[in-house]
Design a protein around this ligand. Structure first.
Ligand code: DGP
Length: 119
């Protein structure tokens, strides 16, 4: 993970601006959601704030934005028709958390039975 990425060279900032195309499923003034380029499940959507935030680790004191991102993640899961069968919301921080894109995003995963292993 490149820990020093800024909004100038951040791929998810570019997606949020519309400078890089994505398969968008949701967008508002604070949050965007788009399909993962390398899906790990039949439904695999990434939910990210428009504002550049490196990871959830930086949002400890911004419960409002954290809440917005999680609320949109649930909205997306329901729109993907995953509520009845179940889904997973996950966010990674840092090297050991296997974060590869240093812009906060919540993975919405579903559409198949997911492994119970998280690590
Ligand atoms: P993480 O390991 O939690 O940082 O996940 C990053 C995810 O982002 C990974 O599943 C692949 C996805 N991804 C990386 N680059 C792009 C891109 O340019 N477009 C889209 N749609 N997804 C991307």
């Amino acid at each position: 993970m490149r820990s020093n990425a800024t909004e100038q060279d951040c791929v998810f900032c570019a997606i949020a601006r519309g400078d890089i195309p994505s398969d968008s499923v949701y967008s508002d003034d604070q949050v965007v959601a788009f399909r993962d380029i390398n899906p790990q499940a039949p439904s695999h959507v990434l939910v990210a704030p428009r504002r550049h935030v490196a990871s959830v680790n930086q949002l400890k004191d911004d419960g409002e934005l954290l809440g917005r991102v999680m609320s949109v993640a649930v909205t997306v899961a329901q729109a993907e028709d995953l509520a009845a069968s179940g889904y997973r919301l996950a966010t990674n921080h840092g090297r050991d958390g296997a974060q590869t894109v240093p812009h906060l995003h919540v993975h919405v995963l579903g559409g198949r039975a997911l492994s119970g292993r998280l690590g």
